[in-house]
Design a protein around this ligand. Structure first.
Ligand SMILES: Nc1ncnc2c1ncn2[C@@H]1O[C@H](COP(=O)(O)OP(=O)(O)OP(=O)(O)O)[C@@H](O)[C@H]1O
Ligand SMILES: [Mg+2]
Length: 455
């Protein structure tokens, strides 16, 4: 069982959270900066009107007979009219003495430099902005200083600021939504090559250890390069172990054949029943070993060739007919009627050596597991796909084991007493899969095993 790797978060989520987090921070920052800037500009606007109002009042002040006279210019207050009907206050001082206006209007702190001064304060419970300026009036023998303060509440200003804030906020939200959409698009398109790589590796057949050659982004190159190196190493060590098995099986088979022939000759010479029994057991064990070695050799060859199939155009009918012909002596020995049905050529693409091996194993099973004086029917058909169906009249597959029989070294409970290694169906199934087909095992309703080998 493969252990699934531990998950440490999701790249997509991490990317999305970073992008969206960054975007919301930027949106808030943008809002604050633009709002502060807008507030500054609006304040400058109010200040310049207040300043102009103060100047126009100061300019209207004259000294007549030591008395200060001011003919308030109409514009001095009318210029301060606002849509929010802001209230206006003023105070006029001659030196430190209040001449007119609100005595408790706050005056700017600090020294009077003659420049216009501005300050924000609170008056009658409302925030106000005050502009103050002074002017020296010269009379015949007096010199006096007039100070004028004009103040205004800030309702229109804060209305305007609120409107601006609303606009910036909607602009910021729009920007944020756009960035969220963009970040979803960006994360999907960034993750896409990873997903494509995963899909292409997942879709591979179990035997496919070829390197990944599809183009990948630069950042993924190290990963794909290590993956390819890993697959190359795996492929090499698989080939090595298959080679090793094949070599070992080959080396075992030849001396086994020699031992068997010696045992056969000795069996003919020995009379004592006990010794004869021992020799027979020995010959059977040798047969088992040599069958196993032969099947292992074939299996290794098939695993190796399945990676690089040598496709040829071939006639399946002809191929199976030859096999039937070759196996008929075995059938005759058991009095089994090996019947081949099919005369039209069934043309297909395939590796003839692998196909022969697979179908030989299937016919071999039918011969091995059916009783003597029975019949085996073999059909080759081209519809729905090129396939070979082999049906015998034996006991059929053990039904509770049928799904496992095609696994390596798996033998059914009906196999006791027959020589075999449990690799025949594995070989047939591997060959079918390598050709893009499958092997289906079932039992016929009238009794007997039914195997369909399709391409
Ligand atoms: N025609 C059949 N009828 C009944 N049982 C079968 C038939 N063919 C296969 N089986 C069952 O399936 C098992 C697996 O078959 P498989 O060909 O893989 O191995 P085997 O015949 O035991 O050994 P070998 O590798 O020598 O062929 C057999 O042991 C047998 O129990
Ligand atoms: Mg078999």
């Amino acid at each position: 069982m493969t252990e699934s790797p531990k998950v440490s978060g999701s790249l997509r989520n991490r990317l999305a959270v970073t992008l969206i987090g960054g975007a919301s921070l930027l949106a808030v920052l943008l809002f604050l900066v633009v709002r502060t800037y807008a507030a500054q500009i609006a304040q400058q606007g109010q200040d310049s009107i207040l300043g102009a109002s103060v100047t126009s009042i100061l300019d209207a002040a004259v000294l007549r007979d030591d008395q200060v006279e001011i003919d308030f210019p109409y514009a001095a207050f009318s210029m301060l009219t606002t849509p929010a009907h802001d209230r206006v206050f003023y105070a006029i001082y001659r030196d430190a003495e209040l001449l007119s206006g609100y005595a408790d209007l706050p005056l700017p702190k600090g020294s009077d430099s003659g420049e216009r001064r501005y300050q924000s304060a609170e008056f009658i419970g409302k925030p106000i902005r005050i502009s103050t300026a002074s002017r020296t009036l010269l009379g015949a023998d007096v010199k006096t200083r007039i100070t004028v303060s004009v103040a205004q509440t800030q309702d229109a200003l804060s209305d305007r600021l609120n409107a601006i804030s609303r606009n910036i906020a909607s602009f910021g939200i729009g920007f944020f939504v756009l960035v969220v959409l963009l970040s979803f698009w960006a994360t999907s398109s960034t993750i896409a090559p990873l997903n494509r790589l995963a899909t292409s590796v997942t879709r591979r057949g179990p035997q496919d250890l070829s390197p990944v050659i599809k183009p990948v982004p630069t950042e993924m190159l190290p990963l794909v390069a290590s993956l390819n190196r890993l697959m190359a190493r795996l492929n090499q060590s698989l080939t090595q172990s298959e080679d090793f098995i094949a070599e070992a099986a080959h080396r075992v088979r030849t001396p086994l054949a020699t031992v068997r022939s010696h045992a056969e000759t000795t069996l003919q010479r020995v009379d004592k029943e006990q010794n004869r029994q021992a020799l027979r057991a020995m010959i059977r064990a040798i047969d088992e070993s040599s069958r196993a070695a032969g099947q292992l050799l074939d299996h290794a060859m098939i695993t190796f060739r399945a990676d690089q199939l040598e496709y040829q155009q071939l006639d399946l009918v002809e191929l199976v007919q030859k096999l039937v012909l070759r196996l008929s002596p075995v059938a005759e020995m058991k009095d089994i009627d090996l019947r081949f049905l099919g005369d039209q050529p069934v043309l297909c693409q395939g590796d003839p050596i692998l196909l022969q091996n697979a179908i030989r194993n299937l016919i071999d099973n039918a011969l091995k597991y059916s009783p003597s004086e029975s019949a085996i029917d073999i059909w080759v058909t081209s519809q729905p796909q090129p396939q070979v169906e082999i049906r015998d009249q034996g006991p059929g597959f053990p039904i509770d084991e049928i799904s496992d029989l095609a696994q390596r070294f798996s033998r059914g409970n009906n196999a006791a007493g027959t020589i075999g290694s449990g690799l025949g169906l594995t070989i047939a199934q591997d060959v079918a899969i390598a050709h893009g087909g499958k092997l289906a095992l079932s039992n016929h309703t009238g009794g007997g095993a039914c195997v369909i080998f399709s391409l």
